[in-house]
Design a protein around this ligand. Structure first.
Ligand code: ADP
Ligand code: TRP
Length: 328
């Protein structure tokens, strides 16, 4: 079985784009791969975080994964900060990573532009910690969004460099770029993707939006000229709405088009809002139930960290020996 590892940033706001684009594909991968999934909380602090909020977001992310169907018996689910081997290997990899290659990372350039000297060293160093996350577990495939491909390539480069210098130690991982198929666009624009950093909350449907909010946002969503409920290359707004409908209902776009033949946009939007709410209500209930038992969530993460630590420590022993710091 292929060993797969991924991390999703703990954010208090997950929209349906994140859910269908990132969480659900992991649930589907569970049966066919050996899965490691973790919450990169030490990556989150590369930009300022309020401690109480970060704590809440870690628990929320855990609840979402479990509610979505991540099964801790099949997936090693853990918190990055609970396995200190990540930061330990991160330090060692820092000593073979080059300033030049990190300076070329587009995410760093995007996030630091205009901030002058006022960005954290952690933000610059972020991809090295990510390489450590990946290499500790002999990861073969790393499912990520296209924006993270460059970071996985750095992990490959560092693995190859380390292996060349100190002897074969790390598996060289492959990025598994999520298909653009599930890429949802913002409700308020056909040009920009649905994103939590969008200027207006009308851009996205949050996983925790209540029925009234969902209805309001869908009613306000942009549509294409004309009146037909049809997808197509020159109908980006309806294509997006029909894609959302299809994802939440399990029906195909063609079926949904047929069901809405002769109906107006207004009626279609009412149906869509209903379908989204019918899909999210049980999921929200599960998330709330899980959040209500904090001790159980903590226990899941703790058990996951224990399993992860065994694998990570074994790799670290090899690394310490290779670089010459292990004395016995
Ligand atoms: P955001 O733009 O909302 O901040 P992130 O950059 O944190 O989202 O993305 C986390 C993951 O969620 C990405 O790697 C990507 O796979 C997925 N994702 C984000 N936005 C969308 C979207 N609009 N449609 C589908 N998947 C998305
Ligand atoms: N950088 C990733 C993101 O923002 C999250 C992440 C951290 C990650 N470490 C990882 C993803 C290791 C895959 C593997 O989406």
């Amino acid at each position: 079985m292929t060993r797969v590892l991924t991390g999703l940033q703990p954010s208090g706001l997950l929209h349906i784009g994140n859910y269908f684009g990132a969480v659900e594909p992991m649930v589907r991968l569970q049966g066919e791969s050996e899965m490691f999934m973790f919450i990169p909380d030490y990556h989150a602090i590369t930009v300022p975080q309020k401690p109480a909020e970060l704590r809440r977001n870690i628990l929320f992310a855990t609840a979402v994964y479990l509610a979505a169907g991540i099964d801790p018996k099949k997936t090693v689910l853990f918190q990055q900060s609970a396995v200190s081997q990540h930061t330990e290997l991160g330090w060692i990899l820092n000593c073979i990573a080059k300033m030049g290659e990190l300076g070329r990372m587009t995410q760093f350039k995007d996030k630091s532009t205009g901030k002058g000297e006022n960005v954290s060293v952690g933000l610059f160093d972020y991809p090295v910690l990510m390489a450590a996350d990946i290499l500790l577990y002999d990861t073969q495939a790393v499912p990520v969004g296209a924006d993270q491909k460059q970071h996985v390539e750095l992990a490959r480069d560092l693995a190859i460099r380390f292996n060349k210098t100190f002897g074969d130690t790390f598996v060289v991982p492959e990025p598994l770029i999520r298909k653009e198929g599930a890429r949802l666009m913002g409700l308020d624009s056909t040009e920009k993707k649905m994103s939590k950093s969008a200027a207006s909350p009308k851009n996205y449907i949050s996983l925790m939006d209540d029925a009234a909010a969902v209805e309001k946002k869908i009613k306000a969503a942009v549509t294409d000229s004309g009146t037909e409920v049809k997808a197509g290359p020159n109908r980006p707004a309806l294509t997006n709405l029909l894609t959302i409908f299809s994802l939440v209902s399990g029906k195909t776009v063609a079926e949904l088009e047929k069901n809405h033949e002769g109906k107006e946009y207004g009626a279609f939007k009412t149906d869509l809002a209903e379908a989204v709410n019918a899909w999210s209500a049980p999921l929200q209930m599960k998330i709330r139930e899980l959040l209500a038992d904090e001790a159980a969530l903590v226990a899941v993460l703790k058990a996951g960290a224990e399993k992860a630590r065994v694998v990570a420590e074994k790799k670290m022993q090899a690394v310490r020996t290779k670089i010459g710091v292990a004395l016995t």
